[in-house]
Write a protein that binds this ligand. Sequence first.
Ligand code: C2E
Ligand code: CA
Ligand code: CA
Length: 685
Amino acid sequence: MLPTSISTRVIAAFGTVVTVVLLLLAAGWMVAGDVRHANQSVRLLSERLRVEDAQDRAQQQLRLAIGEVTRAAEQPRQVTPAQWTRVEQTLAAFRASYRAPAAAGPARDAAAIAFARLAANLIVDARAEPRQIAHDMPQFLAALRLLERERAEARRRLVDRIDAAVARSSRELYASISRIVFGVLGVLLLLLASFLWLRRQVLHPIVAIADQLRQFGTADGEMRVPGCDRADEIGDLARGLGEYRDAVEQRRRAERRIEFLAHHDMLTSLPNRLLFEERLAQDLARATRTGQRVAVFAIDLDDFKSVNDRFGHAGGDRALNHAAELLTGCVRSGDMVARLGGDEFAIIQVAPDQPRAAEALLMRIFRACDATAGDEVPVQMSVGVALSGADQAREELYNLADMAMYRAKSEGRHTARFFDEALKEETRLRWRLSRDLEGAVERGEMSLVYQPMADARTLRVIGYEALLRWRHPELGDVRPDQFIPLAESSGRIDSLGLWVAEQAMAAARGWPDHAIVALNLSPVQFRQADLAADLLALAERHGLAPERLEFEVTESATLLGHRRDAVLEALRALQDRGARIVMDDFGTGYSSLGNLRDFRFDKLKVDRSFVSAMLDHAPSASIVRSIAALGESLGVPVTAEGVETEEQLALLRRWGFPQVQGYLLGRPERLETVLRSAAYAGMIA
Ligand code: C2E
Ligand code: CA
Ligand code: CA
């Protein structure tokens, strides 16, 4: 153990106290002895004094008795025998008083013996011869005076001795008592000093450590346990606690990190979907109590995919971080910005003055976006906002915001849209259509129309594209743009698609052998592993050569995205058997050229939006023209859809389009109408 250890010091202090107490006890014991001794000598002297008194009395009585008998004998009067006996007894008592053990003093003894002897002579003479009395008396009186002088002297000395003894004893007592008092004071001081030392060296540090311990759970960052540089047990304790604290702190940090990772997005460090949903539930619950309204913003970056394609993953990450910073810079401290995944962000904003607060936030966001216009990658986003309210608090607020966001996207991107009554109505309609889609085929509400595809030069019909129609019993005709996505999201597109193929192939069976039938395939349908086999089997059942089939697919991200290999495999299976694969809506996708590299399409169909715009919109015109050139250089025929005017047709012809489709050539019609049409007759001829 260290020499300065607390236990050593405590033991030393304790030892000192015990020693001092023992010394005090010894001193007390000695004092008691002294006092006892002094008392004893005083008692002895007092005893002597008592003896003196007794001797005094005996002498007095003897003198009185002698005086009585001598006066009686001289008168002469008769002295009774009883008087003689009494005077002899008095003499005997006097002699006895000198024989007591405490009686001492040779001088007085001699004087007393002489006095007793003369007294005895006097008594004998007075009894025998009273006249002798006068002769004896002077001697007797002289002896008496001598004895009295001696006695007075002795008594004075005795009193002196008693006084001296008493004085000495009280002096000693005083000295001893003061020694004891000082000793006790010393012990008290020592105890006080020990206590103060203990308080300073042990209690204070322990209290300080306890204080620090109490902050364990709350304090952040570095924390020094006081006293850890001490060499004693407190130091040990402090160091031990410091190590323990470090371990706890480390663990807490690890836990916080895990907690953080579970609730945050790694790339942007923003809260993730989990945290977003937890917070939204809390805020909604609180808002109903406090009467505030929660605004949820669903945010989607515009053209993020093209950023990724152009700048790679790292560029995409930079863009996401940039957007995250931009949004974080726009919100107020109580709002939450979250990244829900991909290029989707969300904001929760709780405020009493909605929708004003939400509108203000939108203004800030778009102003911040506009400030990035000059950047290499400007931040652009589509935002949907939904507000909690009495009637929609129970609906999933985020889904509403998401719908509003999609609406914003479809309204031209880089804009915002609130979820409002119109959108609510639309949502209701979507839900209803989605529900009513079930069994629509069986109820006979579905039918096909056929739109001719023609040779651009001769305008002869070469085949028909089958397009699906739905006549809803109450809502009337529903556009495919409206219900196809619903069929896709509910999975009904699989059976619906096969039903369309079946109908179209059955119809095409009656057409001339060279007439083509074009079918639209939804990307979702490719999830069926045997789609190609099913389609080929259908064709075989209807006796259609696969060469008469064209399958139109859009180049949407889903189609040639993550399930790319499976999709390409199905397309190749169809192609291998002689069917043609057409890229529909060409030019609207993001990576058209990449798709062209990886798959040899048999035909490209320029999207009708370019065709309809090309006469008044120079960029659209150059896109159409470039696609024509591209097809020519790749050896892939290019077709244009949505041709409505002669001018459009003339231009397309000039640019070398071999095929065209559009209202100018023919609208989509029911089979009976098609079969009766002049165009159909022209095809047969
Ligand atoms: P799409 O494949 O691009 O079909 C062409 C659309 O353009 C058709 O609309 C057609 O009526 C319209 N159209 C044709 N010529 C003109 C024109 O000159 N001017 C204008 N303004 N429009 C013209 P529709 O029938 O409403 O179909 C819309 C979309 O629905 C189709 O686009 C296709 O993607 C999808 N679709 C239709 N039927 C089916 C189907 O059976 N299966 C699948 N998967 N999708 C289908
Ligand atoms: Ca099509
Ligand atoms: Ca199209």
